[in-house]
Ligand binder design. Structure first.
Ligand code: FCB
Length: 379
């Protein structure tokens, strides 16, 4: 990776996980993030830290329930708030990557059937219209975060709101999220001609272990369904591919998840940096710039983070050296936050948050990331 001054280095968050004071379908379902990390009030302090850590980009999301708490009634105050947030990013030299939808819905939208109901897409379209008109200064837009993860957890596993177990609901949600993306893509471009619009897609490195033909068949199917299907659906409607990398999935004896788990995070997720490079190479076929929109680990004691970052960045560089057009790396996450159904236990932050005092403390391993950023920019 030589002379790449334009590369984006930074971290990511999402509104409900960090802001605090939000009422949406998650809080209504009992997954209440409460004050979360109080980022709504402390965003300046957080961005100031990001700048000190050498970042030049930051991904964050807008909370739909804040800006449109009742159907059709947009809250100007909240829109103004996000204007200040984006201005603060710019003041700190951080390029904003703005996500429109990161797993959470206003309560009114979920009551109407959320993304399972295609009649509701018009609401998402209007929301995208209002936001792209309100924030013409934003260039990078991520419409939908991890559609496959959401549809699986919300409509198949019954874990996330609306906590359903319905195969048809699952398929419908995926279909509608793809349509929602396309609608938003067109609207954002009609309002901001220079915008770069994509999704953040969680892709997994599926590996066939052993020469059993069934393993290969399963790998092929998983790659097609989990990694490619959604991106294929929207392929003519994306300016970049946003890629979230967390998982390795070894297929052995016609079974998924036969990982060796030699090295795992606090959540038991296998740490497998090479997979990042493998998936990046697969994404080459879309012929678009790629931004790593999330990659990180739960590591409360901060024992593995430094090595994790070093190795993932090294594999990313390898992919880049082999011709993959990667243009940014955004670590998950800037600060500790509310990890969905798992609550506040998992610690993903480069910066530790004391949830009692809301005090921020930079984790030691972050120095390693800062050094990588500095050398990455120089060489
Ligand atoms: C991803 C989500 C993000 C965060 C990380 C750990 O699936 O996009 O919000 O929870 O996992």
């Amino acid at each position: 990776m030589k002379n790449d001054n334009n590369f984006f280095w930074g971290a990511a968050t999402s509104a409900y996980q960090v802001e605090g004071g939000i009422k949406n379908d998650w809080s209504a379902a009992g997954f209440d993030a409460g004050e979360a990390s109080d980022h709504h009030n402390r965003f300046k302090e957080d961005f100031d830290l990001a700048k000190k850590l050498g970042h030049n980009a930051h991904r964050l999301s807008i909370e739909w329930a804040r800006v449109e708490p009742e159907e059709g009634k947009f809250d100007i105050k909240e829109i103004e708030h996000y204007k200040k947030v984006f201005a603060s990013l710019r003041e700190n030299g951080l390029e904003p990557f703005v996500t429109l939808w990161h797993f959470t819905n206003p309560i009114w939208f979920s009551k109407l059937g959320g993304f399972e109901n295609k009649e509701n897409l018009k609401y998402f379209e209007r929301y995208s219209e209002v936001l792209s008109r309100s924030f013409p200064e934003i260039k990078y837009w991520v419409t939908i975060n991890e559609p496959m993860i959401y549809a699986m957890n919300a409509y198949l596993r019954g874990l996330w709101p609306p906590q359903k177990r319905s195969f048809l609901g699952y398929l419908g949600a995926i279909r509608n999220l793809a349509k929602a993306h396309k609608l938003a893509y067109k609207i954002i471009h009609s309002n901001i001609s220079s915008a770069q619009v994509g999704v953040a897609k969680n892709n997994t490195y599926f590996e066939a272990a052993g020469y059993n033909p069934w393993n290969f068949l399963l790998k092929w199917g998983a790659d097609w369904w989990w990694n490619k299907r959604f991106l294929n659906k929207i392929r003519n409607y994306q300016d970049f591919v946003g890629f979230n990398y967390y998982f390795h999935n070894r297929i052995k004896g016609f079974k998924f998840n036969q990982n060796e788990n030699r090295n795992v995070s606090d959540l038991g997720w296998e740490i497998y940096p090479e997979g990042l490079c493998r998936v990046l190479k697969d994404l080459r076929k879309y012929n678009k710039p790629i931004y790593i929109t999330e990659n990180g680990l739960a590591d409360a004691k901060d024992e593995k983070r430094a090595q994790f970052i070093k190795e993932h960045v090294a594999w990313m560089k390898k992919a880049k050296d082999e011709g993959v057009d990667v243009r940014g790396y955004l670590h998950w996450s800037l600060i500790d936050n509310f990890e969905w159904d798992k609550g506040f236990g998992p610690r993903f932050g480069l910066i530790e948050v004391d949830y009692k005092t809301m005090e921020r403390k930079v984790r030691r391993s972050v120095v390693v990331y800062r050094d990588i950023i500095e050398s990455g920019i120089r060489n």
